[in-house]
Design a protein around this ligand. Structure first.
Ligand SMILES: Cc1ncc(C[n+]2csc(CCOP(=O)(O)OP(=O)(O)O)c2C)c(N)n1
Length: 563
């Protein structure tokens, strides 16, 4: 096609292309693209992680992608395809560039009730940006390029390629192929679309003239790598910064202008500051329900400006005074170049007010963060993690109470730390943490999950041991999914029956012992004084670690405030 074609198999071509795109690991349950796996062994250094379930494979690829910005690749044969599709849903919600490859249908046997087969394509439609079939081996090169191009471009997201044959056997066929890769699409972001100057200056002018502005920064800032520009603009103009959960690592919690995570799984100080603000500057956030506490924080109608790479996001939920369509880093750089630092004076009393709200939050919550109660309070675990996370740590957090405790109570303390969170799926964090560690083996990875979350993919402890994926997993073990307690209280009209606890509790379990039996280091913690030693031991163990912390089943995370 491009004049450099050679006769080769699809398997050789795909293996070469994945290596060319910088893929270091793929996550799969056999049997799919078997010839490609053989070619990866003989032609590349790609690690082929055989894991215990397709959903976990997708979550590992997702954690890999979010930790590195490079597409994470996961694979399943036709019967496992929907398990893989289920696992793409979190990547879809989080805008994470995951490429899923599955086996598909043969024209010869379609519609004949062939073993294990249904039409999987519709199931991938709601969770992918590009959902395509590769029926002819000659299409391997252009379709793989399109998969990478789509996954990392614009607002990133998952892609699905279905290869012909229930195990993708068309990789064994030969054609004239050119395994060309496009380096620009190895990672997010491939391009930095510049704003038109007038819109960026309009947004800047509103921000500079405002007396009570706040920035709400989201995952688009982290995808763009725009945290330094965000912080520089906030400092220059003296504007407080709240983040979404997905954007939590755009500004360390220890920064004097940080007010915390806003929305539903949030910190009270952030919600209070955002609801007192006179102008909101949304950057790289969809202004979705979780970030705005279902559009109550800020209230719809609050004056706003917005910067986003996706024009369709601009003004979706909040009417705008200025809309800037651009890469976050490009827009913030332009605004920074034109910023007037003397305007900061105007916001002195507002910044002081926001900081007083933050100090109030700290004073109110210090007893919880330092609690020596037994059973251990989850907030104490968050306090210890804030204190002990290495300055280049990647912190990976599950949803539910885990998301609430860590979103609200845990602080990043260095701009080099990363924070990856489940976009809603219980059980995501443990495999995602393993994927993150594969992507960044030199960085400490610490995952925080509840026990219900950990149960989902506990078998992957064996994968971590087999592949020496030395992540540390901290389990908030209250022998229940106790986030559900409030909901069942309500359902039972205020107080649930004793029997109702069967709806949300489990048998007590010693995860440290289970982990130990699977070959990991298991550390059981029952007293607050043991926490620091256990986490420090985990961080230096150089092997997969499960820190099993017995916590209080009655500890409920604080709910979002709107006042
Ligand atoms: C796939 C999926 N199913 C169900 C839920 C609903 N859900 C949210 S939190 C939760 C229980 C969480 O339990 P655990 O992880 O043990 O944390 P805890 O609340 O006990 O701290 C459930 C069932 C979900 N978020 N995702």
């Amino acid at each position: 096609m491009l004049g450099h074609n050679r006769r080769m198999t699809g398997a050789e071509c795909l293996a070469d292309m994945l290596e060319g795109y910088g893929v270091s690991h793929v996550f799969h349950v056999p049997a799919v693209l078997r010839k490609t796996f053989a070619m990866m062994e003989s032609r590349t250094r790609i690690k082929r992680l055989h894991v215990h379930g397709e959903k976990a494979a997708a979550y590992m690829a997702d954690g890999y992608a979010r930790a590195s910005g490079k597409p994470g690749v996961c694979m399943a044969q036709v019967i496992g395809a929907l398990n893989l599709a289920a696992g793409l849903r979190d990547a879809w919600l989080a805008h994470s560039p995951v490429i899923a490859m599955t086996g598909g249908r043969e024209p010869r046997t379609k519609f004949r009730k062939v073993y294990q087969e249904i039409d999987d394509i519709p199931a991938f439609e709601p969770v992918t940006k590009f959902n395509a079939t590769v029926d002819d081996v000659s299409r391997f090169p252009d379709m793989v390029r399109q998969a990478f191009r789509v996954a990392v471009s614009g607002t990133p997201g998952p892609v699905h390629l279905q290869f012909r044959g229930n195990e993708g056997q068309n990789d064994a066929e030969e054609a004239e192929l050119e395994p060309l890769v496009e380096p620009a699409f190895r990672q997010v972001p491939p391009f930095r679309p510049q704003p038109d100057g007038a819109s960026a200056i309009a947004a800047l002018t509103h921000l500079q003239e405002a007396e009570r502005p706040v920035i709400v920064a989201g995952g688009g800032v982290r995808a763009s790598g725009a945290a330094p520009e965000l912080i520089a603009l906030a400092e220059t103009l003296q504007v407080p910064v709240a983040t979404s959960l997905n954007g939590k690592d755009c500004i360390p919690g220890s920064h004097p202008l940080s007010v915390g995570v806003v929305g539903t799984y949030s910190r009270e100080s952030a919600n209070r500051v955002v609801n007192r603000a006179g102008l909101i500057c949304f950057i790289g956030t969809e202004t979705g329900g979780m970030t705005t506490h279902f559009w109550a924080v800020p209230k719809i109608g609050t004056p706003a400006v917005q910067i986003d790479i996706n024009p369709e996001a601009l003004g979706r939920n909040y009417p705008l005074l200025a809309a800037v369509n651009a890469d976050a880093k490009a827009a913030l750089s332009l605004m920074l170049d034109n910023a007037d630092p003397t305007s900061a004076e105007r916001r002195k009393s507002w910044v002081a007010e926001a900081q007083a709200i933050c100090r109030e939050w700290s004073a109110k919550n210090r007893p919880l963060l330092e609690s020596s109660a037994v059973p251990i309070r989850p907030a104490r675990v968050c306090g210890e993690l804030t204190r002990l996370m290495p300055e280049d740590a990647i912190v990976v957090v599950d949803t539910g109470h885990a998301g609430m405790w860590m979103g609200g109570m845990f602080d990043l303390t260095s701009p080099r730390q990363s924070y990856l969170r489940s976009a809603g799926h219980l059980g995501w964090a443990f495999p995602a943490g393993l994927g993150a560690k594969c992507a960044a083996p030199g960085r400490p990875v610490v995952t925080f999950t509840g026990d219900a979350g950990f149960w989902y993919h506990i078998a992957e402890v064996e994968t971590a041991v087999r592949w020496k994926i030395n992540a540390v997993t901290v389990v908030n073990n209250n022998a229940s999914g106790n986030q559900s307690k409030r909901g069942f209280d309500r359902a039972y009209g205020g107080t649930q029956t004793e029997q109702a606890r069967e709806l949300w509790t489990f048998n007590p379990m010693n995860f440290a012992r289970l982990a130990q039996d699977m070959g990991a280091l298991g550390i059981r913690v029952e007293r607050p004084a043991e926490l620091a030693g256990a986490i420090e031991r985990g961080l230096t163990a150089d092997r997969p670690v499960v820190v099993d912390i017995v916590t209080d089943i009655d500890a409920l995370a604080p709910l979002a405030v709107t006042g």
